[in-house]
Design a protein around this ligand. Sequence first.
Ligand SMILES: NC(=O)c1ccc[n+]([C@@H]2O[C@H](COP(=O)([O-])OP(=O)(O)OC[C@H]3O[C@@H](n4cnc5c(N)ncnc54)[C@H](OP(=O)(O)O)[C@@H]3O)[C@@H](O)[C@H]2O)c1
Ligand SMILES: *[C@@H]1O[C@H](CO)[C@@H](O)[C@H](O)[C@H]1NC(C)=O
Length: 311
Amino acid sequence: MWDCPQYAAPMVLIGILTLFFFLFDALWSLLQVCRAVLAPLFIPNEETSLTKKYGPWALITGSTDGIGRAYAFELAKRGLSIVLVSRNEEKLKKTAREIEMKFSVKTKTIAADFSQGSEAIEIVKKEVGKLPIDILVNNVGKNYEYPMYLTEVPEKDLVDIVNINVLTVTLMCRCFIDDMKKRGRGAIVNSYIKSFTAALRFEYRRYGVTVQHLAPMFVDTKMNAFSKRLQRSKFYIPNAEEYARYAVATLGKLDESTGYWTHGIQCFFISMVPVWIRTYIGAHMNLTLRKDYFRENHIPNDRLNRKEKVC
Ligand SMILES: NC(=O)c1ccc[n+]([C@@H]2O[C@H](COP(=O)([O-])OP(=O)(O)OC[C@H]3O[C@@H](n4cnc5c(N)ncnc54)[C@H](OP(=O)(O)O)[C@@H]3O)[C@@H](O)[C@H]2O)c1
Ligand SMILES: *[C@@H]1O[C@H](CO)[C@@H](O)[C@H](O)[C@H]1NC(C)=O
């Protein structure tokens, strides 16, 4: 037996607590998933439809392509009427027609460019008018055209990225959340901004408003058009329809989700790896994708010929 010095007990306690906090997030997510799967079996009333739980209208930004479009179809399938928002009038009308033909729901279209910041929100506000928005899906997002170094990204693109991914999401929440609070029901789904979404959830949960953070890994959409590697729909890279089918099923059940089961597995393993290793692997992956872009577009790039130090 080892000699047990007096300070061993507190050390063990600290060790256990550290492990506990380390595993707490993972376990909490797991419990939520179990609850979502098991609750309908034991408490049949638990399974209310989205229209009953939140109301009849959903607004989805960036809903004429990729994940947003597929998400709109999934909600329409569940009987929700849809407000579609994106830039292109023609694509909007076409998508609205397709939804109305396939499901017996109403649609409304709003053309707005979210890179314009608050101007776009003014347009949305005016067009929505008195229509109650019960589910708000802040889906529109912008990324670099392909993996670039910061100084290579045109300044205009960076401004657009902040406007689209951060500013307009925040303003859209601000615009619609008070009415949800008054009605005592509603849901918001945000992509990209995690901490803001967590704070909003904490503040509005007591008023019956669901606020979900949905953060997919790679989904095969035109956002990833720069690399053929990301075009083949495989086990880990679903297409938008497959992704949305799972993602909508998590609404009202999971506070935070990748939205797709194989992404959940990836996320679990990634979260166990120390941040510096994650960053290293991420950088390596980005460099590979960047090379794909140059190869597929026949762009010679001197910088790639020498072994580059990635920071
Ligand atoms: N695909 C992935 O692997 C992946 C991974 C993680 C997160 N995400 C996030 O998921 C969301 C959807 O991505 P996605 O891959 O489905 O995108 P996508 O296929 O490129 O679709 C983008 C949609 O947004 C609209 N849009 C683009 N720019 C806009 C603007 N400035 N103002 C208004 N609407 C605009 C587009 O229509 P118009 O061009 O007609 O305006 C289109 O309907 C994004 O927030 C993205 O960051 C995607
Ligand atoms: C890799 O690229 C993604 C954008 O596609 C970015 O969010 C991420 O921070 C990059 N990772 C590294 C380590 O450069």
